[in-house]
Ligand binder design. Structure first.
Ligand code: FES
Ligand SMILES: [Fe+2]
Length: 449
């Protein structure tokens, strides 16, 4: 993965992407971009090498010297809270001969020692130890041989992001309109959110864009793929009713979707129980944000390129447990053209009883955990799409349909006086968010920079 100018596109890839760009304006997408080695390598450079990537939440490394091991594309990074309390993101590569330094994925340590020849680094990245220094390296200027830092790191409501591009716009600017919606969610409580347990990881044999598309605004699939989950009462907002709400193209390829009950007189706040709503500090929100949060039942979105989130009430056992709000935050980490490692964090507002956190975690695990009902449903079509995108004939022939909500297609209409950031459509029978994602994707892939 590199920063600065990237390698030129091959004529073959350029032709595929340009054809996609032209067809997208008619709502046509291409199967051929969903399983292609050259396109994958280009994405690592031009997308993941340039955008802000999420690595960890502050609550995972709450104390001085805590660290976790994370990655961006194929690069591994140590996310460390130094002895000075500052969070740093450094390549997990020893500058001596290139070995990996960190043997554990999580821990607490003031220093890291490379297992190969023993070079030792402080957790701020400084090289402080070289075995047999006098005999082996007496002339070495240790200052020049510390760990390599990610060029820029920013923290947003406790979420640690890094970009590998020194010249990337600031995180806030890069988040564009979706920052406003995330501010709304994360500012509800003064204390913000924390991670519950460890992030789960699992592999799906699917291309990352399929998952990103899905979370950016594919509510349509709920009607079929997740119908059984509704039938047994895990989700209790009626299926058709749940389609009432907005799709918002939030700029820079980001998409967010809200299920909203426009008729409700009572504040909904995602169905958080009253004792939790009481802990919300609405002074943190603008009037507009309060208005949206009050009416919201479900919020789902994708931060371009591959960070998705979802907040909604689900019941792990409909006969005995009422729906409990949960929050999942996930990264679709590309591990090749046809594979993602899903990193899945369950989170909850910090100032909440342990009992509620356990209930939320349980609801989350049974629906969006590794063996969760929704998660298993989703993985199957995502894998078949990826497998199908390998076929020689299919790659040439298959145009895919992203026309829902375009002129003459269904009932969705643009909300002309939308008072919040972005371009909104109502109701959620609509694929504008996916078109927005791909439009931005193609701009970045075809840019000459
Ligand atoms: S490779 Fe790390 S000390 Fe030699
Ligand atoms: Fe789904």
């Amino acid at each position: 993965m590199c920063q600065g100018s990237s390698s030129p596109l091959s004529p073959r890839v350029k032709a595929i992407l340009e054809e996609f760009q032209a067809s997208l304006e008619q709502g046509i997408s291409k199967l051929s971009v969903l399983n292609d080695e050259e396109i994958h390598q280009t994405e690592l450079e031009k997308i993941f090498g340039k955008r802000w990537n999420f690595l960890a939440h502050e609550s995972e490394i709450p104390n001085k010297n805590d660290y976790v091991l994370r990655s961006i594309g194929d690069d591994s990074f140590i996310v460390s809270r130094g002895s000075d309390g500052e969070i740093r993101v450094m390549l997990d590569i020893c500058p001596h001969r290139g070995a990996s330094i960190c043997r554990a994925e999580k821990g607490s340590s003031s220093h890291f020692q490379c297992p190969y020849h023993g070079w030792t680094f402080k957790n701020n990245g400084d090289l402080v130890g070289t075995p047999s220094f006098k005999d082996a390296y007496s002339g070495l200027n240790r200052k020049e041989w510390g760990l390599t830092h990610a060029p820029r790191v920013e923290i947003f409501h406790g979420f640690v992001f890094a970009t590998l591009d020194e010249n990337a716009p600031d995180l806030k600017e890069s988040l564009a309109g979706i920052g406003w919606y995330l501010d709304m969610i994360f500012s509800l409580q003064d204390e913000g959110m924390e991670v519950l347990g460890e992030p789960q990881r699992f592999v799906i044999k699917a291309n990352w864009k399929i998952a990103a598309e899905n979370f950016s605004g594919d509510d349509y699939h709920l009607l079929t793929l997740h119908k059984s989950t509704y039938d047994i009462g895990v989700m209790q907002i009626p299926l058709r009713e749940n389609m009432k709400g907005y799709h918002i193209q939030a700029g820079n390829g980001h998409g967010v979707s809200f299920s909203i009950d426009l008729e409700s007189k009572d504040p909904l706040f995602f169905y958080y129980p009253e004792e939790i709503v009481k802990t919300f500090n609405l002074d943190n929100l603008t009037d507009k944000q309060i208005e949206l949060a009050r009416g919201s039942r479900v919020c789902v979105g994708n931060i371009f390129p591959n960070i998705s989130f979802l907040m909604l009430p689900l019941s792990p056992d409909p006969k005995t447990i009422p729906p409990t709000p949960l929050f999942t935050w996930r990264v679709w980490q590309p591990k090749g053209k046809d594979e993602i490692e899903v990193w899945n964090w369950f989170m909850m507002y910090k100032n909440t009883s342990e009992e509620f956190k356990r209930a939320s975690y349980r609801a989350a695990m049974s629906t969006f955990g590794i063996a969760g009902t929704f998660e298993l449903d989703d993985a199957i079509p995502w894998e078949t799409i990826t497998k199908n995108a390998k076929g020689t004939f299919a790659r040439k022939k298959m145009n895919l349909n992203l026309q829902m909500g375009m002129e003459g297609m269904g009932v969705a209409k643009q909300v002309m006086d939308w008072p919040f950031p972005g371009i909104a459509y109502y109701p959620r029978y609509e694929e504008g968010n996916q078109r927005h994602l791909y439009r931005h994707y193609l701009e970045e892939m075809l840019s000459e920079e």
